[in-house]
Design a binder for this molecule. Sequence first.
Ligand code: 13P
Length: 249
Amino acid sequence: MRRKLAAGNWKMNGSSEALAELSELAGHHPAPSVDILICPPAPLIHRAAQAISGSSVAIGGQDCHAQSAGAHTGDVSAAMLKDAGATAVIVGHSERRVGHDERNEDVRAKARAAIENGLIAIICLGESLAQREAANTLDIIGGQLSGSVPDLVTGENLVIAYEPIWAIGTGKVPTLAQIGEVHDFIRARLERRFGAGVGRSVRLLYGGSVKPDNASEIFAVPNVDGALVGGASLKAADFSPIISALEAA
Ligand code: 13P
């Protein structure tokens, strides 16, 4: 059985005032039947982890460097995230693949660093609109999956997030059939590479314009084990009904 996961990615949003949202969220869900994770910007991670200590909400990073330390100005290592109180880290988000030229091998190295430092690696995959329109979605996802996922994964340390680039922040969502097709494909590929035991235990999240009013139908799609939510994770009042929808799925 895969324990479902509601993950929020605050991206480059939120100041110390936003920490109150975390306490409110934890207050809404004192004993959830799903995992809850919020990934705030790096400067907030330590305080966020302290603010929700002992609660049902876990804290993650949005990116990490592949090296543990050294001359990498502006970067943050997986070990530092762990030290600050994070239990997970997003790697290979399309905003980093596109905006920071991250290639599959970079994402793989970051995911390996995350796992070696005891963090859950949430590896993001997703096609552009042009790739979907050219009927290349499964080729792109297959290539990102084989290139970005390191060998040392288990159901405990790996989460895959399918986030079509054209659905992020746009209000556009793939059809349920399109989501299902990609999630089934990812599941089959994981089972083929890692065997049924590991392949069936990795959680697969959908991300891209998930809102309180579309969450339930998305969570009913087979092989959707939760969501990676951007805009609707910033306020407890928006994220809480998404968590409740996942609990009810
Ligand atoms: P939105 O939920 O704002 O579309 O963002 C999705 C996302 O990129 C999460 O990582």
